[in-house]
Design a protein around this ligand. Sequence first.
Ligand SMILES: Nc1ncnc2c1ncn2[C@@H]1O[C@H](COP(=O)(O)OP(=O)(O)OP(=O)(O)O)[C@@H](O)[C@H]1O
Ligand SMILES: [Mg+2]
Length: 259
Amino acid sequence: MSANSIIETKKATIQFNGLTAVDNVDFRMQAGEAVGIIGPNGAGKTTFFNLLTGLYLPTEGNILFAGRDITRVPPYKRVTLGIIRTFQLVSVFDSLPVIDNLALSTIRFGENYGSKWKFFFTDVHGEKIMKNCLDQLDVMGISDKADLMTSELSYGDKRKLEIAVALSLNPKILLLDEPFAGLSDQEITEVSVIINKVKATLSLVIIEHKISRIVDIVKRLCVMHEGRLIADGPPEQVLSDATVREVYWGKEEGLTCSV
Ligand SMILES: Nc1ncnc2c1ncn2[C@@H]1O[C@H](COP(=O)(O)OP(=O)(O)OP(=O)(O)O)[C@@H](O)[C@H]1O
Ligand SMILES: [Mg+2]
């Protein structure tokens, strides 16, 4: 057990039909830290998030949250503990109004949620719930789009909505899987300003290929390759590491960026 760690993995490993997607990963971060995870396609980054959030059970190893072993705790319970993620491909309900995406998660995981009956009979548009939802949309700069159908939003605005939903769940640790993928430069800048603002209030892990952007957010960078964690430290140190450069050689634009 580690006193101050918010999340920790001990020899976390998962295999799919003989492929080791995450291989013996020992990872630990302190509450309040912001950590970036980079690595080539197929390195195991998303699978690692799936282990942290309980979508997958590790073949071997353990996951700890605030010192408590949560290896077998199901995903929805991890949400109530404060382990919140976004997905590589934006995951919101297209067929609902924007505000209802937030209202649903607020009711489902809010402090008043007691039973499934309460979920079905709560007034989605109750004043307190609406205020909370609008506040979150405001943080993301899309409160003027509250009443639109989600399907009408641009991909960038859907990403902002997804992050708003994540923030509405009061994350203690927020896991963002490629939040900038598919966004314009302008949208990336907007989302990164917001992430930089909220990171003071939580622990953050961010998977991202755009290394020049991620180094504006984190002071610690981890590199995954073939399921293993091959580097971990300050970005300048990690990006000049010989093994990391070899893994990336010719594959990523990012390593040529200045940090
Ligand atoms: N459910 C699954 N069943 C079988 N193989 C899987 C499964 N999930 C992931 N994999 C495999 O595990 C490896 C790691 O995949 P993962 O999606 O974690 O990579 P990644 O680092 O997130 O890549 P990218 O940068 O492209 O998103 C890949 O070879 C992938 O095909
Ligand atoms: Mg991925």
